[in-house]
Design a protein around this ligand. Sequence first.
Ligand SMILES: NC(=O)c1ccc[n+]([C@@H]2O[C@H](COP(=O)([O-])OP(=O)(O)OC[C@H]3O[C@@H](n4cnc5c(N)ncnc54)[C@H](O)[C@@H]3O)[C@@H](O)[C@H]2O)c1
Ligand SMILES: [Zn+2]
Length: 387
Amino acid sequence: MALERYSLKLPRAVLGGEDALGRIPEILARAGAEKVGAFTDKGLVKLGLFGLVERQLAASGLSWEVFDDLPAEPTYTDVQKVVDRFRASGADFIVACGGGSVMDAAKLASVLLTDEYGVKELLDDPLRAQKRASLLAIPTTAGTGAECTPNAIVGVPERKLKIGIVNDALISDYVILDVEMIRNLPRPIAAATGVDALCHAIECFTSNKANPMSDSFALEAFDLIMNSIERACDDPAALGEKNRMQLAAFYGGVAITASGTTGVHALSYPLGGMYHIAHGVSNAMLLVPVMEFNEPACRARFARAWDRAYHGGERLATDEEKSRALVAWMGRIVEHLGIPTSLTGFGVSRGDLDDLVDASMQVTRLLVNNMREITADDARAIYERIM
Ligand SMILES: NC(=O)c1ccc[n+]([C@@H]2O[C@H](COP(=O)([O-])OP(=O)(O)OC[C@H]3O[C@@H](n4cnc5c(N)ncnc54)[C@H](O)[C@@H]3O)[C@@H](O)[C@H]2O)c1
Ligand SMILES: [Zn+2]
C-alpha cells in the first residue's frame, strides 16, 4: 500500500496569549530589522487598533512608515499602487495589522521588492515570487487564516474573478495572535469572517487533497469553531471563545496550506469578483447548499467531523444520520449569526447566472479538490438556490 503523502509549511514563529503584541520589539530586534513598512487600513487606524501596534514599533526604537490606503478586498492594481510606495520607502521589514485584505497585500509586498515582476506578472506565473522582506502578520479578524497561508487573493476585474496567487514564499515569517485585536470586532464582521474559517476547516477536511497532517488541523479548527462561534459573536465579554476563534482561524489557515478548499470557495470567488460581496458573506451563503450537494460523497468524513465536534447528549447511529445532522447544524449556525443567505440585495439577477457559472468553472484550482464533481449545471443549480 502506498503511504499518503503530506507536507506542512508554517511560519517560523507564532506568538500568542497574554500581551502577545508586547513581543513585537523582540521579534524586530532578532530579525535585524532597520525600517518597518507597517500595512493596515484606515478603519483600523481610526479604531485605535493600529495604535496598539504603533506603540510597540515606537518601543522598538526603529523608524516606520504606514501604508493604510488599501480598500477591503483589493484588486491587483490597488495592491500594486501600495507596493510601489512601499518599495520607495526603503523599509526592510513588514508588519501587517489587519484582516485578510491587509495581510494579503503585505504578503505580496514581501515578494515585490524587485523590478523583475509585479502583481500582474505573479498572477500569470506565481512561482516567480521570491521573498525579499520578512513579514510579521497580526490578524484583526478570525478569520481568513491569511496570517499563515501561502495564498494572496486579489480581485481581477477584467476576469470577473478573485484569484489566489499561491507560493510558499508568501507564508508569513512571524505571527502574533493577540485577542485584543478582535475583542471589539463588530458582530457582522466577526460572523462572516468566522464562517470563512469554518469553511476552511470543513472544506479542507473533505478535500481530495486532505491528508493526515491537514486533517489534524482542520478537525481541531472545526471543533473549536462549531462550539465557540456563536458566543464569540454574541457576547462581547466572551474572550475565551474569541481566543478559540483566533486559534481556529490560524489552524484553518494551516489546513489550507496542507490541503485545499473546495466547492464553497470555488463558487464564492465569482461573487467576490463580480459583485464585491465580502468573502465571508459569499462563503456563508454557499456553505449549506454546497455541503448538501457534497453530502453523498463526503458522508464518512462528515460523520467523523460530527463525532469530533458534537459534545451533546444526542446519540446518532449511522454515518448518514451524523452527516445530515452536521450539515443541519452548520445551517443553524449561519442562520443564528444572521449573515445574508441570499443574493437578493446584492444586485445579482437571473440574467447574470451564465456569467457566474462561467466564472466559477474557471476556478479549477479548487474545483478539482471537491470530492463530488461540480459541473456547470450543478454550479447553476447551487447559485439558483441562493438567488
Ligand atoms: N490569503 C488567504 O489565505 C485568504 C483566505 C481567505 C480569504 N482571503 C481574503 O481576505 C480578504 C477578506 O479578509 P477579512 O475577511 O479578514 O476582511 P477584510 O480584511 O477585508 O476586512 C473587512 C473589514 O473589517 C474591518 N476590520 C478588520 N478587523 C477589524 C477589527 N478588529 N475591528 C473592526 N473592524 C475590523 C476592516 O477595516 C474592513 O473594513 C478577502 O480579500 C479574501 O479573499 C485570503
Ligand atoms: Zn476563505
